[in-house]
Design a protein around this ligand. Sequence first.
Ligand SMILES: [Ca+2]
Ligand SMILES: [Ca+2]
Length: 166
Amino acid sequence: ISIMATGCARGDQPSWGEIGKTMTVRGIMKGLASSQYIYYFVFDTDGNILTGPKADPNTWDNYYVARYDGGNFYLKKPDGTQIFINDASATDVTVTMTINLEDLNSPNSIEFMAVTTDIQGNVLDSLRNYEVLNIQYRRFFSFTDTTGETSESGADISRIEVEVQF
Ligand SMILES: [Ca+2]
Ligand SMILES: [Ca+2]
């Protein structure tokens, strides 16, 4: 097990193409995904499963925040830097982002939250609670979300799937 942290700043240059571990997150909505909404996947990698992201975007300063926003995919880091997520899509009812785990500081576990908002930032749906992803031991996770029934079905999270590729 490597415990070496990649602490050095690498600027804003994406590191795609490196051989490494990636994690694909799929958010499956009830209706068609749309650029009328912002889709967030939030990752807490502090190693403490007792803390994790809540639904309120104003509380995410210490987390890695991936989002689909205005047709582009971004990953914002706790230090405020932001990179593009190039391996991502929003097709039909599914928003998919593949993230290099090095860009999350190579965690063994992640506290994960998914949230949708409108363009103004009002939360439309989220998971009921954050989910703990023990990616050291498991490669696939699936969560059904039965909360957040909204007429805005494109923002109503139905299921989240997370797959780790080594
Ligand atoms: Ca935590
Ligand atoms: Ca929902």
